[in-house]
Design a protein around this ligand. Structure first.
Ligand code: NAD
Ligand code: ZN
Length: 341
């Protein structure tokens, strides 16, 4: 089969001919139809410090996918050949305290497809049947291929009650933009999204009814005044990984405000903790998606009018993957989807 592999410890990915994976009794084999390129894949392409420490070579990469089940292991029940599906890319253990409590997304032994284990940038993917998420007709393959990052957005956005609240999202990357769409969908009052990249802010307004703010030019205090907000944002969703953005968020939050942190800072970063203490702010770190609660919620919202399709700005045949990565690396795109059909 065709696959995209990190074949050697250097920048880039290479198209290779690889054997179709053999499945075990608890696995399914999925014919991959569409895949999304993630920021994580860009780290792996660039071969930065994190990637060099984390990713074994050679490895088939990619973890955002939709496809169809073509083969099932002997123990698999409740699924069928021909079933359209996406799936959770985190492979979890079952022995930890959190896993045994049913909080699968908190299992410390988690391994990621396309990061630690063979991934989805391939014509076929082996996945434990447990990880399969069947897709209803309302969710087509290209949306199915971005459920992984949509899940990050949904998990973060649903961390706190947003009904009637004023929400500040820092970072209008694909995930921040989708989180803005979710905040709108679930009934926030004002949704303000910040970035320093005008193209990203433009895209945000095409995906959701949000107020874009370029923090390189505009002051959030003025934006609050314009919106007739008096005491600050109720909830912050940090989706940039930028230290300045977190400081700005704390500054613009109401007393007792709540912040969900998804963005990953590049290393240790200084935080003005006394501001956080004196403002009595709640901070929640967010990792991945809740398995499988986030999947249920996001598919239900997609069936009920949540539309994130405009966040997909580029579509390429899998053979043109290099162009897809180039667009993603430029920072001028939303989601980029590769077609394996
Ligand atoms: P992205 O890099 O495409 O988007 C980040 C955006 O933040 C960019 O548009 C950038 O211009 C913007 N930005 C930079 N400085 C800013 C500032 N001072 N204020 C406001 N915006 C600023 O990333 P993404 O794919 O949308 O992911 C969002 C973040 O979530 C990233 O940090 C990513 O690493 C992280 N992430 C975390 C998890 C997790 O499980 N915790 C999963 C996926 C992604
Ligand atoms: Zn991803």
């Amino acid at each position: 089969m065709k696959a995209l592999e990190k074949s050697r410890p250097a920048p880039g990915l290479w198209q290779v001919d690889a054997p179709v994976p053999e499945i075990g009794p608890d696995d399914v084999l999925i014919r991959v139809k569409k895949t999304g390129i993630c920021g994580t894949d860009i780290h792996i392409w660039n071969w930065d410090d994190w990637a060099a420490r984390t990713v074994p070579v050679p490895l088939i990469t990619g973890h955002e996918f939709a496809g169809e089940i073509v083969e099932m292991g002997a123990n698999v029940s409740g699924l069928s050949v021909g079933q359209r599906c996406s799936g959770e890319g985190h492979l979890i253990g079952r022995d930890s305290r959190q896993s045994r409590a049913g909080k699968f997304h908190l299992d410390p032994e988690t391994r990621g497809i396309g990061v630690n284990e063979p991934g989805a940038f391939a014509e076929y993917l082996r996945l434990p049947a447990f990880n399969v998420v069947p897709l209803p007709d309302a969710v087509d393959d290209e949306i199915g291929a971005i459920l992984d990052p949509l899940g990050n957005a949904v998990h973060t956005a649903l961390s706190f009650d947003l009904v009637g609240e004023d929400v500040l999202i820092t970072g209008a990357g694909p995930i921040g933009i989708m989180a803005a769409a979710v905040a709108r969908h679930v009934g926030a009052r004002h949704v303000v999204i910040t970035d320093v990249n005008p193209a990203r802010l433009d895209l945000a307004t095409q995906v959701a009814d949000v107020i874009p703010v370029n923090v390189a030019e505009q002051d959030l205090a003025e934006v609050q005044a314009r919106l007739k907000m008096r005491e600050g944002f109720d909830v912050g969703l940090e989706m940039s990984g930028n230290q300045g953005a977190l400081d700005q968020m704390v500054e613009n939050l109401v007393m007792g405000g709540r912040i969900a942190l998804l963005g990953i800072p590049p290393g240790k970063s200084p935080v003005d903790w006394s501001r956080i203490v004196f403002k009595a702010i709640t901070l929640k770190g967010v990792y991945g998606r809740e398995i499988f609660e986030t999947w249920y919620k996001m598919i239900a919202m997609l069936e009920n009018g949540l539309d994130v399709r405009p966040v997909i700005t580029h579509r390429f045949a899998a053979a043109d993957f290099a162009r897809g990565f180039e667009v993603m690396r430029s920072g001028m795109s939303g989601k980029v989807v590769l077609d394996w059909a």
